[in-house]
Write a protein that binds this ligand. Structure first.
Ligand SMILES: [Fe+2]
Length: 262
């Protein structure tokens, strides 16, 4: 999949560089023209100025992944997890990296600080770690998943939380954020069908950021993608039933004014 898409960097697409710096890095289909210029950078070439994740590789082989945003989880463990994710599924890896920054902004806006803010960032970075155990034929499938395939995908939030807790019981809050990021306020989510404030704040924050990022970036199972404005509208339409109102308001305050210029 590497090379299927290009990313914004440098002089191309200047209008969106500010978004990148705020962690809202934006991927374009290769050959996309923006502001009259072709965006043709590689996946990890000049990617996201100021990125907190650096990937060094020769050819297809990843030599190292360094993760600067991880504080609570020891660097060796964090880099091992992100390296696994990078090698397994680049789309999920880059999604996770963007999520760290977006969740960080939302978490601060809803009042998290100190350890809570650190845990929010780390839960965001590792929220899809469990996808390393979902067959790649399912993760990369174009089109609708079968019922059985969907069950396999849905396992990732609990699997990821278990992997994190196995590393240390000290990561309980991070693991809970990971486990609950597909829960929905009305109890329709998974894996536990939690409702409202039974869902930890980290899970509620990651849920909103996750949907926003997923809608506004390419996915193999979907043709096209949403504009930021359309994605915000979708989230607003599902406030209360699926998403935490305060978290959606925070995201709108962060992304909304910028998205009007898109
Ligand atoms: Fe997920």
């Amino acid at each position: 999949m590497g090379g299927s898409f290009s990313c914004l960097a440098g002089d191309s697409c200047n209008e969106r560089t500010a978004l990148d710096r705020r962690g809202l890095g934006y991927l374009f289909e290769e050959g996309t023209r923006f502001a009259g210029r072709r965006c043709d950078y590689g996946w990890d070439v000049g990617r996201f100025e100021g990125s907190d994740v650096k990937v060094k590789r020769s050819g297809q082989k990843v030599n190292s992944v360094s993760v600067k945003w991880s504080v609570a989880v020891a660097p060796a463990i964090a880099q091992g997890w992100m390296s696994s994710l990078f090698n397994y599924d680049e789309i999920t890896f880059f999604h996770s990296e963007r999520m760290v920054h977006l969740v960080d902004s939302i978490a601060q806006a809803v009042g998290l600080d100190g350890d809570g803010l650190i845990e929010a960032r780390e839960a965001a970075g590792f929220h899809d770690l469990g996808k390393v155990e979902v067959p790649i034929s399912i993760l990369g499938k174009a089109g609708t998943l079968t019922k059985e395939e969907f069950v396999a995908v849905k396992a990732h939030s609990a699997v990821g939380a278990d992997l994190i807790l196995k590393a240390s019981p000290d990561f309980w809050n991070i693991a809970q954020g990971v486990r609950t990021h597909h829960e929905r306020l009305d109890g329709s989510g998974y894996p536990d069908g939690l409702k409202g404030e039974e869902i930890p704040i980290l899970g509620r924050i990651i849920a909103v950021a996750d949907v926003f990022d997923a809608l506004t970036h390419p996915r193999p199972y979907r043709a096209g993608m949403f504009s930021a404005e359309s994605a915000l509208e979708f989230l607003e339409d599902n406030v209360g039933s699926s998403f935490d109102p305060g978290v959606v308001s925070a995201l709108m305050a962060i992304v909304g004014p910028t998205s009007l210029a898109w």
